[in-house]
Unconditional design. Structure first.
Length: 255
């Protein structure tokens, strides 16, 4: 085990025709990785070569060619176990040229669990994107540093619709650039206050759209994670222009 992850440590001689001769290998770890019984006949080099997933063989061969050329290998690929199951592995090999050829020392880690988590997260993000596309409100997640520097980690596509087009300013600065000058300092103060007590943000203000229209926006956000140097903020932006207009008409009618 290597930091709680199954690891296979080895060294081998690599020939110009890409043949591999094992010179030192932890056979027990490789047997466990490939699901080979302890008492079954076993040649590490042959077993490893036969286990490489067909769809990843080209990448594996390219890595071997790179090792012959003196370049380290750092790739992830799939292997097939004896029971037919597939595992993702991370192969990191370092070549060393000797008088009799290229000697390689390496370690291969089973990263199947990490890949499964990454795949699940990718599916979840895709589903969130599909859901967000049906919602008029803008959804975002931002990292805000203590000095006010902001980086968007997620932003739904509806922001451009709220601004009447694609902003000329890129990144997180596009939204701040759109805020009405008379409301900008109030918005900045509300954001800065989040670093003091990590409270929620609930604010209405005006933005000036790319299309020249002024809109009222209702921003609600909550700090998901607070640290000394930065916070993570999840928020929504809603167009409340129609509501504010109706309120103003009622106010004027009551005069």
């Amino acid at each position: 085990m290597f930091g709680g992850v199954s690891a296979y440590i080895y060294s081998y001689r690599l020939h110009p025709d890409l043949r591999v001769d094992s010179t030192s290998a932890d056979d027990g770890s490789l047997r466990r990785l490939l699901g080979v019984e302890p008492d079954a006949p076993f040649d590490p080099a042959i077993a490893w070569d036969e286990a490489i997933h067909p769809e990843d063989r080209d990448a594996y061969v390219d890595a071997l060619r790179g090792l012959l050329a003196g370049r380290a290998a750092d790739i992830e690929l799939r292997v097939r176990r004896a029971d037919g199951a597939e595992r993702w592995v991370w192969m990191r090999d370092m070549p060393r040229r000797t008088a009799i050829g290229v000697q390689v020392e390496g370690i291969t880690l089973d990263v199947t669990g990490r890949r499964e988590v990454e795949d699940a997260l990718a599916d979840a993000r895709a589903e969130l994107g599909r859901l967000a596309a049906t919602i008029e409100d803008v959804l975002y997640t931002a990292r805000i540093d203590a000095d006010g520097e902001e980086r968007l980690l997620y932003l739904s596509r509806s922001r451009d619709a709220l601004l009447g087009g694609q902003p000329r300013v890129a990144g997180a600065g596009a939204w701040e650039a759109a805020i009405h000058p008379d409301d900008l300092e109030r918005w900045r103060a509300a954001r800065a206050a989040l670093h003091v007590d990590a409270r929620a943000l609930d604010l209405e203000y005006r933005v000036l759209g790319v299309d020249g229209r002024q809109r009222w926006v209702w921003e609600r956000a909550r700090v998901r994670q607070a640290g000394r140097d930065a916070i993570l903020l999840d928020g929504t932006l809603s167009d409340v222009t129609a509501r504010r207009g109706a309120e103003e008409r009622r106010r004027l009618a009551a005069l």
